[in-house]
Design a protein around this ligand. Structure first.
Ligand code: ADP
Ligand code: MG
Ligand code: MG
Ligand code: MG
Ligand code: MG
Length: 432
C-alpha cells in the first residue's frame, strides 16, 4: 500500500519533508519541502542541478528530478516535525541509469523475474569522536580489548539510547547495541528485511547516528579506518534469498544447512570479489581496513583474502547458521544502494552459472592464512580495485551505466590522492 503523503503529514504532524537521494559517492542530497507543497513535489519531483552532486553529469544537463518514494517515509525521531523520503532520480522523463537507488531497483526486478528476493541485514559500525575529528570522546575508553566494555558502553548510554529509541519508533526492530572492538566504536543492530528497505534504512541510519551524535556535542564517523592502530568500521552484510516466502538458502541436507543455490550465490561473490571491492571498499582509506596489520585488540576482524568458512570470523565470508551467510568485506564508506545491488548482481551470476565457491576453509586465517597458497588476495589499494571493476564484464553488464560513471569519479579521486604530498613520503625521502 502506498502512503499518501498529504494525509501522512496531517496524521503525524509533519511540517516539512526532506526529499533525499544518495549520489554515487554516497553523499545524501536533499531539498526541504513544506508539507503544503508536498502534493506537487510528490508528483513532479524536487529539482536539482545534477552537476552540483557526484552523479557524473555536466553543468549543461537539464534539471534532475528527485521523485520521493512515499513508502520510504521516516519521521526523524530527533525532529519529528520532519519526514525523510528516499527519492528516485529522473531526467528527460527517464530514470537516471547510474543513480544507485534506481540501479538497486533494476537488480531487484531482475531477481524478481526469477521469483527471487534478496533479504539482507547490515551492521554499520561507527566511532563517536570529538567534533574536530582528532580523537574519540571518551578519554577513559582505553582498554586494549574494549569490545563489549560495559562501562564504556554505558558512558554513552544517552547517545545510543536515543538512536535505539529512534529505531524502535521507526519499527525497525532493533535488538542489540554494543561497544565494538575499537576504543570509541559502537554497533547497533536491527532486523534484516528486503534489500531496498535495508538500503534506505542504512542510508537513514548514517544520517540519524550523525545527527544524534551532533546533538550530544559529538561527531559520529563511519570512516573505514580512522585510527591506524584500531579496528576499523566494517559494514558486514548478511544475505539470504527468498522464493515464494521461503528462504531458498536454507536446506537441512546441505553443508552447514545452506542449499546449493546458496553456495552458487557464494560462488558468484567469490568469483567477483576483487571487482566488488571497488564498490564495497570505495575509498583510499578502505584499504587500510582490509589487508591491515593486527590491531591493538589482537585482530582486525576484516579479510585480506577471498575465502569462506563456517562460523569463523577470520574469512571474507562466514556461514554463521543455516540459511544465510555474512559478507565481511564492505566498510562504512560503501554506498548503501550500490552495495546491495553489487552483491545481488554477483550472486545472481553465481546462480546463473552455477559457480562453485571452492573449498570451505576452517582454519584461523589470521594465523595460518599464509599456508593457503591458492587463495585469491583482495585488492591492495583503490586503484587495484577500480581496475578489477573495469575488467569485470559481468558487473559492467549487470550494473549498467553506474559502472563507467562511478569509475570516472573514483579515478579522479585516486588521481587527486596520488598528487597529494604526504608527511610519510617527506620523512622517507627528504634525505635520499
Ligand atoms: P554478527 O554476529 O555478525 O555481529 P549481528 O547480530 O550484528 O551479527 O547482525 C546480524 C544481521 O544479520 C542482522 O541485521 C540480522 O537481522 C541479519 N540476519 C539474520 N538472519 C538473516 C537472514 N536469514 N538473512 C539476512 N539477514 C539476516
Ligand atoms: Mg536556484
Ligand atoms: Mg555485529
Ligand atoms: Mg561488528
Ligand atoms: Mg558481523
Amino acid at each position: 500500500m502506498t502512503v499518501d503523503l498529504v494525509a501522512a503529514a496531517k496524521e503525524k504532524n509533519i511540517k516539512y519533508f526532506l526529499i533525499s537521494f544518495t549520489d554515487l559517492l554516497g553523499t545524501q542530497r536533499s531539498k526541504l519541502v513544506p508539507a503544503e507543497a508536498i502534493a506537487t513535489m510528490a508528483k513532479n519531483g524536487a529539482g536539482f542541478a545534477g552537476f552540483a552532486t557526484w552523479l557524473d553529469m555536466t553543468p549543461a544537463d537539464p534539471d534532475l528530478f528527485a521523485i520521493p518514494d512515499p513508502d520510504s517515509l521516516m519521521q526523524l525521531p530527533w525532529k519529528p516535525e520532519v519526514g525523510w523520503l528516499a527519492a528516485d532520480l529522473w531526467m528527460n522523463g527517464k530514470p537516471v541509469e547510474q543513480a544507485p537507488r534506481n540501479m538497486l531497483k533494476r537488480l531487484k526486478a531482475k531477481a524478481a523475474e526469477k521469483g527471487l528476493q534478496l533479504k539482507s541485514g547490515v551492521e554499520c559500525e561507527f566511532f563517536l569522536i570529538a567534533p574536530d575529528g582528532a580523537d574519540i570522546t571518551d578519554k577513559a575508553d582505553r582498554q586494549t580489548k574494549p569490545c563489549y566494555d560495559q562501562a564504556a558502553l554505558m558512558r554513552r548510554f544517552d547517545v545510543v539510547r536515543e538512536i535505539s529509541d529512534g529505531m524502535l519508533a521507526l519499527g525497525w526492530k532493533p535488538y542489540q547495541t554494543d561497544h565494538e572492538d575499537a576504543n570509541g566504536q559502537f554497533e547497533m543492530n536491527w532486523d534484516y528485511d528486503d534489500a531496498l528497505v535495508t538500503a534506505d534504512r542504512h542510508a537513514f541510519f548514517k544520517y540519524m547516528v550523525k545527527s544524534i551524535a551532533e546533538k550530544h556535542g559529538m561527531r559520529a564517523t563511519f570512516m573505514p579506518k580512522p585510527f591506524s592502530n584500531l579496528t576499523g568500521n566494517g559494514c558486514h552484510v548478511h544475505v539470504s534469498l527468498w522464493k515464494d516466502g521461503i528462504n531458498a538458502f536454507e536446506d537441512d541436507s546441505g553443508e552447514l544447512g545452506v542449499s546449493s543455490l546458496g553456495y552458487n550465490f557464494i560462488g558468484g561473490i567469490i568469483h567477483s570479489a576483487d571487482a566488488l571491492a571497488a564498490i564495497l571498499n570505495p575509498t583510499v582509506n578502505s584499504y587500510k581496513r582490509i589487508n591491515a596489520p593486527r590491531t591493538t585488540s589482537g585482530a582486525t576482524w576484516s579479510p585480506s583474502s577471498v575465502t569462506y568458512s563456517g562460523n569463523n570470523r577470520t574469512h571474507m565470508i562466514r556461514i554463521p547458521e543455516p540459511g544465510r551467510f555474512e559478507l565481511r568485506l564492505a566498510d562504512g564508506a560503501t554506498n548503501p544502494y550500490a552495495m546491495q545491488a553489487a552483491v545481488l548482481a554477483a550472486g545472481l551470476d553465481g546462480i546463473e552459472r552455477q559457480r562453485d565457491p571452492g573449498k570451505r576453509l576452517d582454519i584461523n586465517m589470521y594465523q595460518d592464512g599464509h599456508l593457503v597458497q591458492d587463495a585469491k588476495r583482495l585488492p591492495l589499494n583503490l586503484l587495484d580495485a577500480l581496475r578489477a571493476l573495469e575488467a569485470s564484464e559481468l558487473l559492467k553488464g549487470s550494473l549498467g551505466e553506474f559502472v563507467p560513471a562511478y569509475l570516472k569519479l573514483k579515478h579522479q579521486e585516486w588521481n587527486e590522492f596520488s598528487r597529494h604530498l604526504t608527511d610519510w613520503e617527506r620523512d622517507m625521502t627528504l634525505d635520499c
